[in-house]
Design a protein around this ligand. Structure first.
Ligand code: AMP
Length: 278
């Protein structure tokens, strides 16, 4: 596996490979990798000739009181996991943005609710960094996790709206055996808080069970009330049932929907989501 830290050197290699007709696969991450990340690498690996993974903790997407400085890092462990997943080039930039970087990319509408409502810089930071990463890596195919369901929808919209010639693939959300959605931030959780964090997947599973019982036509409010009973957040952010493509609220569940949940347990931000199928 090659290691690359220089954005323009990586771009030169990407352009050369594209000119040779190679298909470039890309998985962007913030590191502290787990099976959720490596599952995306497996998907990308099967779709490309040259697989690039980036690890960059993007300051633009963190708010002033968020965990940028203490975001977990493990460069050596990450490199071993990438090598094990058959990654060709690991891109860990030291200097990513030009010193006078002054362009931002924003997707309107889809970014207003859920994680965007409580984190004003978040999606602008993500669409800006992903646009620059796409310009550097020149991917034919990019894989993002359904763990960040809203992010996946936002990236798909950006790629469509800006006519970027990139196929975006969503990879399924990977859970620990106890049901907790894998996340780099889970390492912040004490054993007691980790136990309480199971209430996210517990609430979503309970909502699906109730929907299976009641069938198509069940009101969202019935399911949401049941889910809220179970959630054990210190700070509740959102629990909503939406159309999986538009992310618009679905008041009556008469077809497949997606339940999205987010909030804080002991200062750690946790999100999860699940398909709801009548
Ligand atoms: P992050 O490093 O948290 O920015 O995540 C990088 C990519 O991995 C994003 O596309 C995430 O959606 C994806 N990802 C993170 N956790 C999981 C998970 N548990 N299952 C599937 N994909 C994930």
């Amino acid at each position: 596996m090659d290691h690359q830290t220089d954005p323009l050197a990586l771009q030169a290699e990407a352009l050369r490979r594209r000119a040779e007709g190679q298909r470039i696969g890309f998985v962007p991450t913030m590191g502290y990798l787990h099976q959720g990340h490596t599952s995306l690498m497996d998907i990308a690996r099967s779709q490309c000739d040259w697989l690039v993974v980036s690890i960059f903790v993007n300051p633009l997407q963190f708010g002033p009181s968020e965990d940028l400085d203490r975001y977990p890092r493990d460069p050596e462990g990450d490199a071993a996991k990438c090598a094990g997943a058959g990654v060709d080039t690991l891109f860990m930039p030291q200097h990513f943005y030009p010193s006078d970087h002054s362009t931002s990319v924003a997707v309107a509408g889809l970014t207003d609710g859920f994680c965007g409502a409580s984190r004003p810089n978040f999606f602008g930071g993500i669409t800006t960094v992903v646009s620059r990463l796409f310009g550097i890596v020149q991917p034919s195919v990019a894989v993002f996790g359904e763990k960040d369901f809203q992010q996946l929808a936002v990236i798909r919209r950006m790629v469509r709206d800006l006519a970027m010639p990139i196929e975006v693939i969503g990879g399924p959300l990977i859970r620990d055996t106890d049901g907790l959605a894998m996340s780099s931030r889970n390492r912040y959780l004490t054993p007691e808080r980790r136990q309480r964090a199971l209430s996210l997947s517990g609430a979503l599973k309970h909502m699906q069970a109730l929907l299976s019982q009641r069938g198509a036509g069940t009101s969202a409010e019935t399911l949401l009330a049941a889910g809220r009973e179970i959630l054990d957040f210190d700070e509740f952010d959102y629990l909503q049932i939406v159309d999986p493509d538009t992310l618009k609220d679905m008041p009556i569940i008469d077809r497949s929907a997606r339940a999205l949940v987010g909030g804080y347990i002991g200062g750690t931000r946790l999100i999860d989501n699940m398909a709801l199928i009548p």
